[in-house]
Design a protein. Structure first.
Ligand code: ADP
Ligand code: MG
Length: 465
């Protein structure tokens, strides 16, 4: 009775799935199908399989589930608790999980259970950075597919893609994503032997095993793993012996239905001097890429990191950073931390000017590709005036605002100095340009309309270069 009610709730819940969340919801859905609904009208309890799922539901899905629940029961007052099935609470977990060993699909298409780890699993060193999890991974268009696949693999290895190969440029979140898979897995299946290793460490371990005549132990260790996460496999390039060793490890794991997760900065085929047999194996499962994040995603990531690092920057500085640092989230994060530290140490508020000075080394040269003409054109169009009017001496209100905004944007989006900006704008003095810039900077704090004008214009200019 309750179970059919729960199924109806889930059906309704699925219908809420709006764009970016849809695939992720598929992952959570499998977890929720296994939940048991207990109690009745005056107090339901949803019993889920693990504390991980409990937290996931509480932090992300509770409101939607509650809405679905209330709609299905036509009871606007209804509420429910999310509890962990008692037999699955940490102490007893191993016993109950025997029935639900995750499975992976092997090359032959057969699903085989991943053998659960033995007692040593408790002390197994997974080597994962615990800070990298799904909860603090911001999903945008740039990484939506990779994230959905990663989330599905982490939650439900039985339907997994094997191997999972994720690639993207430096600093775009590969290590974070593959680590999140591992962290999620060790929560869901605590005795799985998950191992995160960089390609470099794999190589070093192998070299030292050869040196000390311990190759058997080395191989043994890798054959015992249930989930191998190998980061930055592009470093296999030119390392013949390591490639050979990895080939055997790969085969042994794959044949035994173990999950393999790889990251790289390029497609398998583009790794120079990678053996053909590894190239093809790396592509046997699913390949997903991570692209450069868009402006909104960068802002969301910054907000998350600021909360995590307890750094408080004004929003215009956040926008400035997201705009200036094009393609490396690690740099974006580094800039934010540097500014936060500067603010703390100097006891000064962080303005865009301060940010610009502190971060001049991070500013990409590509800024030059946005020309003054283009900026004037966009600003003119936006304010419904002509570029030549912005350059003129006319002083009616809209023109003055457009001129200030133009100065501000030229300063932000190009490398022009104030005297140059003055000259570009109809031969004005550099102090006029400085004044305009300061006016906008000051007004930004108190004028949300102006701030959204600027965000819009900047984005438009950025996108078209
Ligand atoms: P890569 O391995 O691709 O070089 P990392 O995974 O080390 O990149 O990411 C660099 C930094 O950016 C890390 O601190 C990571 O947490 C952060 N980061 C990258 N992508 C995201 C994201 N989508 N959401 C939150 N943080 C991210
Ligand atoms: Mg990395």
């Amino acid at each position: 009775m309750n179970q059919s009610l729960w199924n109806q709730v889930l059906e309704r819940f699925c219908e809420f799935g709006s764009e970016p969340g849809v695939l992720e919801r598929d992952g959570i859905l499998d977890l929720l199908k296994g939940a048991v609904l207990d109690g009745r009208k005056d107090g339901y309890s949803l019993l889920v399989g693990s504390t991980f799922i409990q937290r996931l539901v509480q932090s992300r899905y509770y409101n939607d589930l509650l809405t679905a629940f209330r709609e299905v029961t036509h009871d606007p007052e209804l509420s429910f608790d999310v509890l962990v099935q008692p037999e699955n609470l940490p102490r007893k977990r191993r016993k109950t999980r025997q029935n639900s060993a995750p499975e992976v699909t092997t090359g032959s298409g057969k699903s085989v259970p991943i053998p659960l780890g033995d007692d040593h699993a408790v002390s197994w060193n997974h080597n994962l950075n615990l800070r990298y999890c799904f909860d603090n991974y911001v999903v945008g268009v740039c990484n939506q597919f990779a994230h959905a696949a990663a989330f599905a693999i982490a939650n439900n290895p039985s339907k997994a893609y094997n191997p999972f190969y994720v690639f993207g440029s430096v600093g775009l979140g590969k290590t974070h994503l593959v680590s999140a898979i591992g962290n999620c897995m060790i929560h869901l299946y605590p005795s799985l032997k998950v191992l995160y290793i960089t390609t470099e460490s794999f190589l070093n371990e192998m070299v030292s095993a050869i040196k000390f005549n311990k190759m058997n132990e080395f191989r043994e260790r890798y054959r015992k793993i249930d989930v191998l996460i190998m980061d930055d496999v592009q470093f296999l390039s030119g390392k013949e012996r390591t490639q050979e060793e990895l080939f055997y490890t790969f085969n042994a794991l794959y044949e035994n239905g173990k999950q393999i997760i790889l990251s790289s900065d390029c497609m398998p085929n583009d790794i120079p001097t990678l053996e053909g047999r590894l190239k093809s194996r790396f592509g046997w499962g699913l390949i997903a890429d991570i692209q450069i994040p868009d402006f909104e995603t960068k802002v969301e990531i910054l907000k998350g990191k600021m909360a995590q690092e307890k750094v408080d920057l004004p929003m215009d500085v956040v926008y400035f950073l997201a705009n200036s640092i094009k393609s490396n989230i690690r740099e974006l994060e580094g800039a934010m931390i540097r500014l936060g530290a500067y603010g703390n140490l100097m006891g000064k508020p962080i303005t865009i000017e301060v940010a610009r000075n502190l971060l001049s080394d991070l500013m990409p040269l590509s800024r030059e590709s946005i020309s003054v003409d283009r900026i004037l054109q966009e600003v003119a169009e936006y304010f419904k005036v002509l570029p030549k009017e912005i350059r003129s001496k006319k002083r009616h209100k809209t023109l003055v605002t457009a001129r200030h905004v133009a100065v501000y944007l030229i300063r932000e989006l190009t490398q022009k100095s104030y005297p140059e900006i003055g000259r570009e704008l109809g031969g004005r003095d550099h102090s006029t340009a400085i004044y305009s810039f300061k006016m906008v900077e000051e007004k930004l704090e108190s004028d949300p309309a102006l701030s959204s004008d600027l965000v819009y214009l900047k984005k438009k200019l950025e996108q078209q270069g």
